[in-house]
Design a protein. Structure first.
Length: 327
């Protein structure tokens, strides 16, 4: 499209715990040999149960916020789809319309634009619920398309696996990524500052967001968690990237539209009480005045709004390493 939002400046400012700034440079790749297929979350402000296909500021802004930094490692494709517009509209009928619309967008992309390039799938929230269905019906059972799969990053969507296993629930042939050198696999998690509550929408199989992707089975299942900062497991520092609006931090103007907060968070996957989640630890200390991500929608949502950006640097690096290993 004209004025591609994924080709805007990717320069960022590192903001240290003491408030010191350091400007870093990045730019989109030129003629990237890999594609990223991005399915955006619930953002439409339209008043109908399903959005139309008009590109509006909400879709542009979320593509910038969540997907544009991946343009360093791939050509980002983000098909418009007729998403269900708000939580009260997440009915089976509205979700069926949304899925058929996404399926149409996928078929158009793979037929007319992909040209055999390897693919990284990226999704969040409603986008993840729909992408789970798309992958399970279109990619998972198709050996030819699986050969094009570099990885699938499915965040805030409850990818399900049999307890203690890496494959066999949501997907029969697409396992969890346990190394950045592994390809044809899935990276998945939902973020929380602590144990998700019993009524959590994320991290518990067969309920909450699982239902949106028609995953009703909970017995013997768990929700997959892979730590984007350390796919092999264990605690590791996160590399969060945000776009502060207005563009200042600690009352200082920023010279870039992006900001990173190194050393502010660590993360590891945890399981307890039937839930599995990416545990985010604030390690900045009381003297660290950098802004924190908040549970904006309440405890049952956790850090859902920040799922992508709180580990965005790690996710982009994971994709870069997977591309290097892909063959």
């Amino acid at each position: 499209m004209a004025n591609n939002p994924c080709l805007e400046s990717l320069d960022w400012t590192d903001v240290a715990a003491d408030g010191a700034f350091s400007v870093q440079r990045a730019k989109p790749a030129t003629d990237a040999p890999f594609d990223c297929f991005y399915v955006y979350p619930t953002v439409s402000q339209q008043k109908t149960d399903n959005a139309n296909l008009t590109v509006e500021p909400a879709e542009i802004n979320v593509a910038i916020f969540q997907a544009s930094r991946f343009s360093q490692v791939c050509s980002v494709w983000a098909p418009m789809y007729r998403q269900a517009t708000n939580p009260s509209a997440l009915t089976p009928g509205a979700l069926a319309v949304a899925y058929e619309s996404l399926l149409s967008g996928w078929r158009d992309y793979i037929t007319n634009y992909n040209r055999g390039r390897p693919i990284i799938f990226i999704s969040h929230s409603q986008g993840s619920s729909l992408l789970i269905r798309l992958l399970s019906s279109q990619i998972d059972p198709n050996p030819s398309l699986r050969k094009q799969l570099v990885s699938a990053i499915i965040l805030g969507g409850n990818v399900q696996v049999p307890a203690g296993k890496d494959v066999g629930g949501s997907f029969q042939n697409i396992p969890a990524c346990r190394s950045a050198q592994q390809t044809g696999c899935v990276i998945a998690y939902s973020t929380f500052y602590g144990q998700p509550p019993a009524n959590s929408l994320f991290g518990i199989p067969g309920r909450g967001v699982s239902v949106l992707s028609q995953q009703f089975t909970s017995e013997g299942m768990e929700v997959l968690c892979t730590n984007p900062a350390n796919l092999s497991g264990g605690v590791a520092p996160l590399h969060p990237y945000f776009r502060p609006i207005p563009a200042f931090v600690l009352q200082k103007p920023l010279p870039t539209a992006w900001v990173e907060y190194p050393g502010l968070y660590t993360a590891q996957c945890q399981s307890s009480g039937g839930a599995t989640w990416l545990q985010v630890n604030d390690v900045g200390g009381t003297s660290d005045r950098r802004p924190r991500s908040a549970e904006l929608q309440g405890p049952q949502w956790g850090l859902h709004a920040a799922d992508v950006n709180i580990a965005l640097g790690d996710l982009v690096q994971d994709v870069a390493q997977q591309e290097a290993a892909f063959h």
